[in-house]
Design a protein around this ligand. Structure first.
Ligand code: DAH
Length: 356
């Protein structure tokens, strides 16, 4: 038995891997292992023989199991040591620079957020509507009936229906004004919203792109007036351009407002550059007016009880003015050099306390 013990203890000490160790275990104390087979023979022995052979075999088995367990633990420790040594990491190394791969926020997105932050501070919430509209929301509900000249002037993109389908066509919305109707239908009065969004017109030259951006404003209450409109707009432009900006209201006509006004902001054109909030020149930036009773009715609001103002402004236009961007079309060229030059850091989220 001592020979058997020596043999297995030597094999256990020599086993260099867990699977080699497992083989030794099976050969010694596995079900058909040498020691197990010997123990089975105990039954055939005389009681006297069994009395000495039994404890000796048990002691042998214990010794082998103990050696197996110790070797197994030693192998596991060695494996862990090897891993710790191999996977060592110097956490004091400087990080990899990601500067080159970092994108920028498009100036339109930046201005969109700036406009939203300023109006939010005045108690406006943001409303949205679909870019594919029915012609009822885009025109009729806004007091632009069929055959009204304003329909022709808008260069509308119509979405054609299948032949034989004579339901009215869908259009790509030509302005954000239909969101006025949807918002009144949803929320009723009083209401105080802006709706920034994409709009579409079939027009393309130096100052027009077929897709551009507007922000609509709508305030309805019991006695909201043109005076409130003028204050809101002056407050907005001064916050947006970061200096006091005078506005000029010119009488105009829109089907959805009565009276209507086009609004210019003060600027100088000296030296071939445009400077907002200086000089005695004027630049048109938006259309506005008191919401027409027909429009209130389309939105389910009673014009005998409620009144208010609306305005629509080009986001791209005011972005160009604020950030000195000369060509509208470059906004949509996706030229990386342009985007890096005019884009904003993703961390520069516009807030009123951080500055817009
Ligand atoms: N929807 C007009 C346009 O796209 C702009 C506009 C003018 C909107 C007057 C208004 C408004 O809300 O009152 O040309």
């Amino acid at each position: 038995m001592d020979d058997v013990k020596e043999k297995y203890l030597a094999q256990i000490a020599a086993a260099g891997t867990e699977s080699a160790l497992e083989e030794v275990r099976l050969a010694a104390v596995g079900k058909k292992g040498e020691v197990s087979l010997k123990m089975r023979e105990l039954g055939k022995m005389s009681p006297e023989e069994r009395q000495t052979a039994g404890p000796a075999l048990n002691a042998l088995k214990d010794a082998i199991n103990e050696a197996l367990a110790a070797r197994k633990a030693a192998l596991a420790d060695a494996a862990l040591e090897a891993r710790l040594a191999g996977e060592w990491l110097d956490v004091t190394l400087p990080g990899r620079s990601r500067g080159a791969a970092l994108g920028t926020i498009h100036p339109i997105s930046q201005v969109w957020e700036e406009v939203t932050a300023i109006f939010a501070d005045m108690g406006f919430t943001v409303a949205e509507g679909p870019q594919i509209e029915t012609d009822w929301y885009n025109f009729d509900a806004l007091n632009i009936p069929d055959h009204h000249p304003a329909r022709g002037e808008m260069d509308t993109f119509y979405m054609h229906r299948a032949e034989g389908d004579d339901r009215p066509p869908h259009v790509l919305r030509t302005h954000t004004s239909p969101v006025q109707i949807r918002s009144m239908q949803d929320k009723g009065a009083p209401i105080r919203i802006i709706c920034p969004g994409r709009v579409y017109r079939a027009d393309y030259d130096q100052t027009h792109t077929p897709m551009f951006h507007q922000v609509e404003g709508l305030v309805i209450d019991r006695d909201t007036s043109m005076a409130n409109l003028k204050w809101v707009l002056e407050e907005f432009f001064s916050a947006f351009f970061g200096r006091s900006v005078k506005t000029r209201f010119r009488a105009s006509h829109f089907p959805f407002t009565e009276p209507s006004a086009e609004v210019d902001i003060q600027c100088s054109f000296e030296g071939g550059t445009v400077k907002v909030g200086e000089g005695d020149g004027w630049l048109e930036v938006l259309g506005s007016g008191m919401v027409h009773p027909h429009v209130l009715r389309s939105g389910g609001v009673d014009p005998d009880e409620w009144q208010g103002f609306a305005f629509g402004m080009g986001i791209d236009r005011i972005a160009m003015l604020k950030y000195g961007i000369p060509d509208l079309r470059a906004f949509f060229d996706s030229d990386l050099r342009w985007l890096r030059h005019y884009g904003f850091s993703p961390l520069q989220v516009p807030t009123l306390y951080g500055g817009v």
